[in-house]
Design a binder for this molecule. Structure first.
Ligand code: EPZ
Length: 442
């Protein structure tokens, strides 16, 4: 429970480390190697703890690298003693994250079987895994759904296959990559996701000895190999965390230097950030984001797959848009239910209306269904403190930012979910001058 005192501009420096949406996947990839892997830039977040526990249950030795005093975060992953973890232990991790589904391919290659507990992750849509199961069956896996999760077996070595994704799913693309690299023969994946985190995983696998090509039409071709070695890799920085702090600077009228932020991963975000009136400076060791004073300008945006505007960027930005003069329109085309966090903003005085229509040029999968996946924000409106519970990772970050931008003191509960993806979150807020009192949950 936090009492957050608003009205304070966030000013100072934060450091982002390895991307939450790459590091756990690279850790899973280490399972495919016959020798140990070394991963650098690992952030201290819950998702890393969860995957560490899951890998250890399967006999992988995960040890921190030597402390070099640079707070860099290094893990050594040794898969030499991989064996099937006990079903009960694995089940204990059920509901905590979406990463376990990516263990399927590596475990089927090494053990011929896998048991995956029911998944967790942010409630921002029903987040099915049909694409994952379809491609695993095409590789030759036998998939049985059980009450507590999914049991998979590979009667013989998995075989390369030709698949096309109905939608460029990040997770399903990772599923294919982590399975195809050790399958017999060639795999072709059409309509693949090509987010920077995907390309980083491709580089990890290439270092291990995999043969992967990416063509301009987003078709991946993977030639299966008989063995892979461990890798040495530094994760790309977390562009979603960087974009979150950038929006926090706008929303609170502040000035935040995000060390480690990389322009090449954020070009689309930076365009919108400048368009609504934010100022940014790309420096040697990061990007400085600030509110230059005066009014912000409303805008129209649609989220999309890379290189479009990332769905993970819209929630914190919406808080800044409540301060912009005029009407902003956001069409969320990736997830069907990612505006739940706006309820709390409305209670704080924001003028936000949700619509079922596709309010944008790109007709998406959710049009003419019962999904409130477009938002209209009218501003500027001052925000008043309110009490609320954090709904999910990015929505939760937005709630805290809104409380910091609001007048008065807000009571925020359930902030632990933020630790899943933002490392040292409260320390960073404190370092930026935020005023809050941590209270024991009532
Ligand atoms: C990854 O989720 C990220 N999470 C998400 O970040 C990110 O928002 C998302 O990719 C899109 O970029 C991690 O990497 C851990 P998807 P993922 O499969 O892989 C539908 C955050 O805040 N779909 O690309 O689960 C799905 O319902 C999180 O850091 C199916 O229909 O996303 C969604 O509508 C949130 N069937 C769309 O595809 C499937 O089998 C995109 O999902 C799989 C996906």
């Amino acid at each position: 429970m936090l009492d957050v005192h608003g009205g304070v501009p966030l000013k100072g420096t934060v450091r982002v480390r390895g991307a939450k949406n790459l590091v756990p996947k690279a850790m899973v990839a280490a399972l495919l190697g016959d020798t140990p892997s070394v991963l650098r830039g690992v952030p201290a977040i819950r998702d890393v703890e969860i995957v560490t526990g899951l890998l250890e249950l399967h006999g992988v030795r995960v040890t921190p690298g030597p402390d070099r005093g640079d707070a860099d975060g290094e893990l050594v992953l040794d898969p030499a003693a991989v064996e099937q973890g006990s079903i009960v232990d694995i089940d204990a991790h059920a509901g905590s994250s979406r990463i376990p589904i990516l263990l399927c391919g590596p475990l089927l290659h090494r053990l011929g079987q896998a048991f995956i507990p029911d998944l967790g992750g942010c409630r921002i849509g029903d987040r099915p895994i049909d694409f994952h199961l379809d491609v695993l069956r095409k590789f030759g896996a036998v998939v049985d759904k059980t009450p507590g999760g999914i049991r998979l077996t590979a009667p013989q070595r998995l075989r390369g296959t030709k698949v096309g994704l109905p939608y460029p799913s990040v997770g399903a693309t990772e599923q294919v990559l982590l399975t195809a690299v050790r399958a017999e023969g060639v795999t072709e994946l059409r309509n693949a996701a090509i987010e920077p985190e995907i390309m980083d995983l491709v580089m990890v696998l290439q270092k291990m000895g995999a043969s992967i090509t990416v063509d301009p039409a987003r078709v991946l071709r993977i030639e299966g190999v008989d063995r892979l070695d461990g890798y040495f890799h530094r994760s790309l920085p977390d562009r979603n965390e960087a974009a979150s702090w950038a929006s926090a600077a706008l929303a609170t009228g502040g000035d935040i230097m995000v060390e480690g932020a990389r322009q090449q991963d954020m070009v689309t975000f930076l365009n919108i950030f400048r368009k609504i009136g934010g100022r940014f400076d790309v420096l040697e060791d990061g990007i400085r984001f600030r509110h230059p004073g005066g009014d912000l300008t409303s805008t129209v945006l649609e989220t999309d797959v890379h290189p479009g505007f990332m769905t993970d960027w819209q929630q914190p930005l919406v808080v800044a848009l409540t301060r912009a003069s005029g009407v902003s329109i956001i069409h969320e085309t990736v997830y069907e239910n990612r505006f739940g966090f706006t309820d709390a903003l409305r209670r704080m005085g924001a003028t936000i209306q949700l619509y079922r229509e596709c309010l944008g040029g790109t007709p998406c999968r959710f049009g003419r269904q019962n999904y409130l996946h477009s938002a209209v924000v009218a501003g500027p409106t001052p925000l008043r403190a309110a009490d609320f519970t954090v709904p999910d990772l990015r929505g939760g970050f937005s709630h805290i930012v809104a409380a910091l931008a609001a007048e008065g003191t807000s009571q925020v509960s359930g902030i632990d979910v933020i630790n899943r993806g933002y490392e040292h979150f409260l320390d960073k807020l404190h370092g930026l001058g935020a005023r809050f009192d941590a209270k024991a949950a009532a």
